[in-house]
Every structure is written in structure tokens, then in C-alpha cells.
Design a protein around this ligand. Structure first.
Ligand code: HEC
Length: 406
């Protein structure tokens, strides 16, 4: 049973393969083909043909031969121009897309930056350029230069083709070459040592199809493939595999997510509080969070003043506070007109404050000033406070301070 099927299949393939052979040939000459015995002969023959000024000819050898391009007088491929043109188009399209999206269609102010500027657009522009260049090179080569999907050359399945793909070397000069003349070409072939000359005629079917891309059969195959692929993809992803989650063993382990309910504990809450007597390590929650100023009187600066501490405080102050408060704490920072102007840090209120009060403002925020607890570590906050005190003292230096400074 199986062997019969296999035999049938083999016969079918053989039958299909020889279909072209049995197709009637027309009276229209495709070209003259000459066969040679040795590689040296074919190189000389190719150079002769090119030297006589023929342009529509090709050489067929059983293996790639060095020096053939030169002998045939082939110029370098023009596919580069196609790549360049589409690459340039890709670059312009990508730039246009980013410019349009970020400065026309969806303007977003991010840190006061311009809507469109070149540096952040470079990666997409690069991708766009590479994408279109790649596509242009491959399709330009296949379609424009190799004339795919035209796969029914009159040379297919000819005796000539069979011999040059085993151990002979051949040249074909096409009949539509401007210089083509039957007798001249034969003379040229024989003078170069050709041992056989064949006339190749078009098949009836070759004459029918003018532009293979518009061939109905070809187009329907492309469409059928596209539709089939779409259906298969849709069915597999949206129906068959829709609720199959890959690698879900970590997701589906026995655990309780935060904020979720648990029947195991008496209070039904999945989240647990730390055990009594737990000692916090590394991170200490701010104990005056959201409380009024008066409650922080007890907070005092644990850092001793030193040159290092002051320098660190100055550095952090210049980074995190100066944009609004100004380098000297006078409320004249670079953010003016973009953010409410803060009061001077040299006002009587802040002068009278304890260090704890300033710490509270940095940690907790005050009205429009946000909390800087996320950006500035506890120790840095205290360093900044020492630095603010230094700024204040510099503005209100006493006579004693001046004598000391001398
Ligand atoms: C985004 C701008 C901005 C930044 C950055 C900023 N502040 Fe402020 N700050 C303000 C504004 C505005 C106020 C006034 C808030 C109010 O209305 O009470 C203020 C108030 C204060 C006050 C209270 C002054 C008073 O008289 O009530 C202190 C102290 C202070 N900031 C310290 C700091 C320190 C220290 C830093 C750096 C860690 C800092 N600020 C960073 C905008 C800022």
C-alpha cells in the first residue's frame, strides 16, 4: 500500500519534471548556444564574445570560475543605487515620523526639552535606514536584476543546460542582441573551439507571459499563501493557544499576593505585620511622616561638622536644592517662571528653626515643595542642613566671625 503510494508520488514528480520537455517549442529563436570542452576555452570564448561587442549573452559553467567577470566585461552591479535610494527614503521617513509624532501629533513636555531634536531620533532613523536598505537590496536583486519570479527560462531542461551543469562549458548569445547574426555568431563560436552549436527556441508558454509579476497564477499563489498564513496564525494564537501561558510555574506557585485576602489568618488579611520586637536594619521609616512642624523639635543633627561634611552638603545642595532655591538659598534659582518661587532660606523663620525643622521639610515636603526623601539619603540631608547653616552664617556674619576668618 505505502510502496504503491510512494511509486505514484515518484511518477508524479518525474512526470511534472519532464513537463517542460514536452512543451512545444515555437519558431522564435531565443539564441544560439555553443558548448566547449575546457575552462580555458570558455574564458577565451567569453572574452571574444564580449570583445566583439555583444551585450545580451551569458556563460554557463558547472562550477564558479575565477576571472569570468573580467573576461565577460561585466560591470559592477547597479543594485547599490537601488539600496542607496531606498536607504535615503527610509532615513527621511523615519525622521519625518519622529518629527511628526513628537512635535505635531503628540506634544509632550519632558524636562523642558525641545519637542524634536536630532540625537534621540538617531536610533529610529538608523533602524529605518537599515530596514529599507535591506529590503531594497534583497528585493532589488531578486526582482529587478534576477527577474524573479520568472523561473521558466527557455534554457530550462534543454540538452545544453543538462551538459553545462555536468561537465561542459557553454555560451549563449541571445537573438535579440543588436549585433546578432546567425552566420557571424556561428563563425565566432567555431573559431573559439566550440564542439557543438545548438539553436534554442522559445517555448509557446515563454512567449505568453510578458511580465511574470502580473501573471495571474503567481499573484493567486502569493495571495493564497498570505491568506492561509493569516488564518493559521489567527487560529493558533487567538483560539488554540489563547489561554495557554508559557512558563507559568512561578506565577502559579502557592503564595498570597500583597493586599489579597487569606482565609488562613483570623483577620483574613494576607499581609502580616512584623513580629513584635523586630529591629529595623538599613531602612528606618520616617517617624514624623505627615506630622506638623512642632512635633519634630526633638530631631537633631547627628553629623559633626567637618570640611568633608560641608563639601558633601554643598555638592548635594547645588544638585538638588539650587535649581529652585538658588546657589545661596536666596530663592532665585534657575527654575524661576517655571515653578513657584520659594522663600529665601535666610528669612527669620528658617533662621529660628531647629535643624529638625529643615530636615522635616526635605523629608516630608512643604506645600508645593515635594519630598526629596527618595533622592537624598538621610545622611546627605543632614549634610545639606549644615551647609544651609553655613550659608546663613555667611549672610549674617558677626564681627567675631570676621576676626576669626582673618
Ligand atoms: C522644585 C523646587 C524646589 C526644590 C528642588 C527644593 N525646594 Fe525647598 N521649597 C520650594 C518652594 C516652592 C518652597 C516654599 C513652599 C511653601 O509654599 O511653603 C520651599 C520651601 C523650603 C523650605 C521652607 C522655607 C520656608 O520659609 O518655609 C526649606 C527649608 C526648603 N525648601 C529646603 C529645601 C532643600 C534643603 C532642598 C534641597 C534638598 C529644597 N528645598 C529643594 C521649592 C523647592
Amino acid at each position: 500500500m505505502v510502496s504503491i503510494m510512494i511509486k505514484k508520488l515518484i511518477n508524479f514528480v518525474k512526470e511534472y519534471d519532464s513537463k517542460d520537455d514536452r512543451e512545444p517549442r515555437s519558431k522564435k529563436l531565443f539564441g544560439l548556444a555553443a558548448l566547449y570542452n575546457t575552462p580555458n576555452e570558455i574564458i577565451t570564448a567569453a572574452a571574444d564574445v564580449a570583445g566583439k561587442g555583444y551585450e545580451k549573452f551569458d556563460v554557463y559553467t558547472p562550477y564558479p570560475m575565477h576571472g569570468m567577470d573580467d573576461a565577460m566585461g561585466m560591470k559592477s552591479s547597479k543594485v547599490g543605487y537601488v539600496s542607496f535610494a531606498l536607504g535615503l527614503t527610509g532615513m527621511c521617513l523615519a525622521l519625518l515620523m519622529i518629527w511628526w509624532m513628537s512635535s505635531v501629533n503628540y506634544q509632550n513636555i519632558i524636562g523642558g526639552k525641545p519637542f524634536f531634536s536630532l540625537p534621540p531620533a538617531i536610533p529610529i532613523t538608523f533602524e529605518g535606514t537599515v530596514l529599507l536598505t535591506g529590503i531594497a537590496t534583497v528585493f532589488g536583486m531578486l526582482i529587478l536584476f534576477n527577474q524573479l519570479p520568472k523561473i521558466n527560462s527557455p534554457l530550462n531542461d534543454t540538452d545544453f543546460m543538462k551538459r553545462v551543469s555536468s561537465d561542459k562549458f557553454g555560451v549563449v548569445i541571445k537573438a535579440d542582441d543588436e549585433k546578432f547574426s546567425d552566420s557571424e555568431v556561428r563563425k565566432l563560436f567555431l573559431s573559439g573551439g566550440a564542439f557543438e552549436i545548438q539553436e534554442i527556441y522559445y517555448r509557446e508558454t515563454n512567449l505568453g507571459i510578458k511580465t511574470p509579476i502580473f501573471d495571474g497564477k503567481f499573484i493567486s499563489i502569493i495571495f493564497a499563501t498570505a491568506i492561509l498564513t493569516a488564518i493559521i496564525t489567527y487560529v493558533t494564537l487567538n483560539i488554540a493557544l489563547y489561554d495557554v501561558v508559557p512558563f507559568d510555574w512561578m506565577w502559579k506557585q502557592a503564595k498570597i499576593n500583597s493586599q489579597s485576602k487569606s482565609d488562613f489568618f483570623p483577620n483574613k488579611a494576607g499581609m502580616r505585620e512584623p513580629v513584635n520586637g523586630t529591629v529595623a536594619r538599613g531602612f528606618l521609616p520616617y517617624e514624623y511622616k505627615g506630622m506638623p512642624d512642632s512635633s519634630v523639635k526633638l530631631l537633631s543633627n547627628p553629623l559633626a561638622i567637618s570640611r568633608k561634611v560641608l563639601e558633601r552638603g554643598q555638592e548635594r545642595f547645588n544638585i538638588y536644592c539650587s535649581p529652585c532655591h538658588g546657589y545661596f538659598g536666596e530663592g532665585d534659582g534657575r527654575m524661576k517662571d517655571q515653578f513657584p518661587k520659594p522663600p529665601s532660606l535666610h528669612n527669620q523663620k528658617v533662621l529660628n528653626w531647629s535643624d529638625g525643622n529643615i530636615f522635616h521639610v526635605i523629608t516630608n515636603g512643604q506645600n508645593v515643595m515635594p519630598s526629596y526623601a527618595e533622592q537624598v539619603s538621610v545622611e546627605d540631608r543632614w549634610s545639606i542642613i549644615h551647609y544651609i547653616r553655613t550659608l546663613q552664617r555667611s549672610k549674617n556674619a558677626s564681627d567675631e566671625d570676621l576676626t576669626k576668618a582673618k
